[in-house]
Design a protein around this ligand. Structure first.
Ligand code: NAD
Length: 389
């Protein structure tokens, strides 16, 4: 068990600590329900931290720390009155519903006292999970509509934001959405809606993968039919409207736009040279390593920073937390992601990954906010932050 290795934890802790955070780390071990988890609050200068709860059997310290920092930067970059956090539950996400509910409820009780941590859905968790968390501790975002939430995965908040980001990126590269061939790695909440919103903008999706394989059709897949197929619990490789392929083939496929929407570190220095796309719009967090971003920038491949491109979910969550509607959420996503994408691409130096400009902008915002905060004092999560809707 990775969380039980103290030397691993100490070295990770020494590596991740810096002037921004993390502010708080909670290790959870509840043998009665079989819960092992980690919760990291990175920085709360901008306000109470919002971040997803990821459920995966192989999640480790470093991944959660890095994801928590990514949330600090993402929330600041999006101009939200929220800091960043992340949680990881070490478990298979396909647990039986009752077992999953028990784990989510136990996790919620364990973080109840960390008022500045507002959990949301992430890979392996969904609106129902957040419903259980809210029931236990009275706070969570990404809630089911029946609980008055804006169901961000159901409406495709993050996928919509990716499409907006790709639309603005057209002004800064030679790719045009009309007729563009798109490859999507990971066909869950993010991948499905990104495909749908990009097809609505004239693109065609030529290959899609999930954890069990891939499907491809050079002329374009019927995305609505593929979504229905996937919702019926079947693997994309079994889709009759495409030819089965292995997930590993996706990276070298002929296309203009590549969308990682599954796991971290999928484009690395080792495989970046195989990528054929000219534009990468990450749905998954930290899907492209910094080294790969530099290599791709030197080849004129435009890689949008993950936390700029995939901020739709958290913008939606912040609108929900502030009491807004789904119409206001879509408007906020469109406005903020379009503005931020344009701003960072205008500031990005040539041959340099746009992340450098994005980091600078996000960091400036967090540092400005830190000047107004007394160290260690987070605003209570129950206080509704001001969000301009
Ligand atoms: P999800 O659980 O709904 O879907 C994940 C998909 O990835 C599934 O289709 C799964 O089969 C597939 N997958 C897993 N391992 C794979 C692999 N090795 N190769 C190919 N496919 C694989 O999760 P999601 O909500 O769609 O999130 C996907 C990613 O986007 C995660 O990294 C998440 O942190 C990030 N993200 C999600 C949101 C959101 O709003 N849901 C917001 C921002 C970022």
């Amino acid at each position: 068990m990775r969380l039980a290795n103290p030397s691993n934890m100490t070295s990770t802790w020494n590596e991740v600590r810096d002037s921004l955070g993390p502010a708080k780390v909670l290790l959870i071990h509840d043998p009665l329900v079989g819960l092992e988890a980690i919760a990291v609050v990175d920085n709360v200068a901008c306000g109470p931290a919002i971040g997803g709860v990821r459920m995966a059997p192989d999640i480790g310290f470093e991944e959660v720390f890095r994801l928590a920092r990514a949330m600090t930067l993402k929330n600041a970059a999006a101009g939200l009155p929220h800091g960043g956090c992340k949680s990881g539950i070490i478990a298979r996400p396909d647990l039986k519903p009752l077992e999953k509910e028990r784990l989510m409820r136990a996790f919620a009780r364990a973080i109840a006292g960390i008022q500045e941590l507002i959990p949301g859905p992430d890979m392996g968790t969904d609106e129902a999970c957040m419903g259980f968390v809210k029931d236990e501790i009275g706070r969570a975002v990404g809630l089911p509509a029946a609980l008055g939430g804006i169901p961000l995965d159901e409406i495709g908040a993050t996928g919509f934001g990716l499409a907006v980001c790709a639309e603005i990126a057209q002004e800064f590269c030679e790719v045009r959405l009309e007729g563009a061939r798109i490859v999507v790695q990971g066909f869950g909440a993010v991948g499905q809606h990104a495909a749908r919103f990009l097809v609505a903008r004239g693109a065609r999706v030529v290959a899609v993968s999930d954890s069990r394989g891939a499907t491809q059709a050079p002329g374009g897949l019927d995305v609505e039919a593929l979504i229905a197929h996937k919702k019926a619990g079947r693997a994309v490789a079994e889709f009759e409207g495409g030819a089965a392929a292995s997930g590993d083939e996706l990276i070298a496929m002929d296309c203009e736009i590549w969308i990682p929407a599954a796991r971290p570190d999928v484009l690395t220095a080792k495989n970046a040279d195989q990528l054929q796309a000219k534009l990468v719009v990450p749905g998954a967090n930290i899907a492209v390593t910094e080294e790969a971003e530099r290599l791709l920038a030197s080849r004129d491949v435009l890689v949008l920073p993950d936390y700029i491109a995939n901020a739709g979910g958290v913008i939606c969550a912040a609108v929900e937390y502030a009491g807004g509607t789904r119409t206001q959420a879509f408007a906020a996503i469109e406005e903020r992601i379009a503005d931020n994408t344009r701003q960072i691409l205008m500031r990005a130096g040539s041959g340099e990954p746009p992340r450098v400009a994005a980091d600078a902008i996000a960091l400036e915002r967090v540092q400005q906010a830190m000047r107004y905060r007394r160290r260690g004092l987070a605003p209570p999560a129950t206080a509704r932050p001001e969000l301009d809707l």
